[in-house]
Each structure stands twice: as C-alpha cells, then as structure tokens.
Design a protein around this ligand. Structure first.
Ligand SMILES: C[C@](O)(C(=O)O)[C@H](CC(=O)O)C(=O)O
Ligand SMILES: [Mg+2]
Length: 301
C-alpha cells in the first residue's frame, strides 16, 4: 500500500549485490510510477528510468531540455513505487562538474539506487543517432569525479556512460572506459555498441559492471539476455520499450474508436478494471479504511 517500504539504502545495497552476483540483471524502463509496479510484479531485477522517456512523455525530444528538478521529481515518484532498485538517466549531469555534484545529491534524496552520466556535448541527443559529439577526456573524467565525490551513500552507483564509440571507434571507447573507472565510475555504460564482440572488448578493458542498452530501432541488434550474459554484461536496459508499447496500443485504440465509433474491438487487450485495481493495491486501502472507521464511541449508540 502507498509506497515501497524498502529504504533507498537497502535498495542500493541490493543493487550492488545484484551486480556482483554474476547473473545479468534486466531493468525495463518504467514510463510512469504504476509501470514500475508491473515491472516488479513480473519478476524483473530492477527499474530503469530513461531520459528519453521522461522527455518524450512531456512531449519534448531527448536533447537535454529536461531539468534536474523534473528528472529528480519524476524519478523519485517512480522509485518509491517499487521495492526494486531504480536507476536513472542523468544525461550529461545537468551542467558543469559542480552541477553534476548537486545532481547526484538530489537523485540520492529522491531515493534512486544510482544514475548514469554521459560524456556527450550539450545539446545531447539519443546515443543511437548520428551526429552526436563527445567532450574531451578531461571534461568527461571531471564529471565522474565530481559525481563520485558528491554522493553521501557509498552504495549509490555512479555509472559512466560513454558515447565515444560512434564518434571515434572501439579503441577510443575501451580507453575512455578505463579512464572513467580510474576517475571513480562504479560501472560503465558503453553506448551504441555494434555487436557482441564490442561488448566483450569493453568487458576485457574494465573490471567493473557493464550495461547493455537494448533500445529498439537503434544501432545495436536486440541481443538476448543469454547472449549478453555470455560476453560478461552485468545489466541490460530496455529503456523506451514500455513507452513504445503503451503508445502503440494507445494509437491503435484511438484509430479503432475513430473507425468503428466504439473502442469495443480493443477492450480484450486492455488491462481490466480488476487488474488495474490489483496493481494499485486497492484492496489494501479498503482494509485500512475499514480498520480506521470500524470503532464505536461508548454512549453514542
Ligand atoms: C538510454 C537512453 O539514453 C534513454 O534516455 O533511455 C536513450 C534511449 C533511446 O533513445 O532509444 C539512448 O540514448 O540510447
Ligand atoms: Mg538518455
């Protein structure tokens, strides 16, 4: 009922254990707080909170327009809905290293288990699009060092994302990954890897956990969880998958209503009222309410 009873500290500890377990962890992207519950119910290890989803949900492109306040608020609303660890996309960290430091503390306050900070220029763009650019090594490592120094909970995971592969090639990516770990990154997110051998190269370059981004319509094929596990990937995200599915379903329903004059044809694929109530734990609120109001005042009846 209400929100998760697991504290952020416990979630962060669990996240660290997950990454050390040797078994790859799947983190689907929640597009709202309720979908985080669904992710938990279906047995996933954690929840990803995508910058692209956050921006697109507001009707904006994913080019660094969302603010720290918007991201921390929404990420906090999602994280508190689940007992699972949630990690959030902090884009380029929302400014200079000092801003990055503040971002990390705000995301800690919001109850996240960790975040990733990337080495793109501003305005940033989706890592799977052409024409992106990356900052120099000094700027990239300063961001990560600032993030690592700012956290108060040592288990809050600072993940460094590097977008350099698509700009300067794989060797530049392995070099940068090493430097980012040196600067204090707890994990590496190598963006837009072309194939499994490239994930393997990153695996061989660093000994911290690595993440694979299985976003649709991007530069990487959609590898299975076993394929990724076999090249030593520790966690995999499906960042925009649920938003794409939900919006796809919404579009089909709207077309149906327009065409048929009723939504009847789509009802079978909708979440039923009972299932929706189940997800929001309606019954628990009922019991709570009955308990509160189930008393008698002597002499009044
Ligand atoms: C992971 C990502 O940073 C995100 O914001 O979810 C995006 C996903 C996408 O646009 O498909 C990315 O840059 O890969
Ligand atoms: Mg992003």
């Amino acid at each position: 009922m209400l929100y998760s009873k697991t504290t952020p500290e416990e979630k962060r500890l669990r996240f660290r254990e997950l990454l050390a377990s040797g078994t790859i962890a799947q983190f689907p992207g929640a597009f709202n707080p309720l979908s985080a519950r669904l992710i938990e119910e279906k047995g996933f290890a954690g929840v990803y909170i995508s910058g692209a989803v956050l921006a697109n949900d507001l009707g904006l492109p994913d080019i660094g327009l969302t603010t720290l306040t918007e991201v921390a608020t929404r990420a906090g609303q999602i994280a508190r809905m689940t007992d699972l660890p949630s990690i959030v996309d902090a884009d380029t960290g929302f400014g200079e290293p000092m801003n990055v430091a503040r971002s990390v503390q705000e995301l800690e306050n919001a109850g996240l288990a960790g975040c990733h900070i990337e080495d793109q220029f501003n305005p940033k763009r989706c890592g799977h699009l052409d024409g992106k650019n990356v900052v120099d090594l000094d700027t990239a490592t300063k961001r990560i060092r600032a993030a690592a120094d700012a956290r108060r909970d040592p288990n809050f995971l600072i993940m460094a994302r590097t977008d350099i592969r698509a700009v300067e090639g794989l060797e530049a990516a392995t070099d940068r990954a090493r430097a980012l770990v040196e600067a204090g990154a707890d994990a590496i997110f190598p963006e837009a890897m072309k194939d499994l051998s490239e994930f393997q190269a990153i695996r061989d370059a660093v000994d911290v956990p690595i993440l694979a981004n299985m976003t649709e319509f991007g530069k990487s094929a959609l590898f299975t969880v076993d394929e990724l596990q076999n090249v030593g990937v520790n966690m995999v995200i499906y960042p925009v998958t649920l938003l794409r599915s939900a919006m796809g379903a919404a579009e089909r329903t709207l077309e149906s209503i327009r065409a048929d004059g009723t939504q009847e044809a789509q009802v079978g694929s909708m979440l039923t009222r009972a299932r929706l109530y189940d997800l929001v734990d309606y019954e628990a609120y009922n019991r709570f309410d009955t308990g509160v109001f189930n008393f008698r005042i002597p002499g009044t009846d």
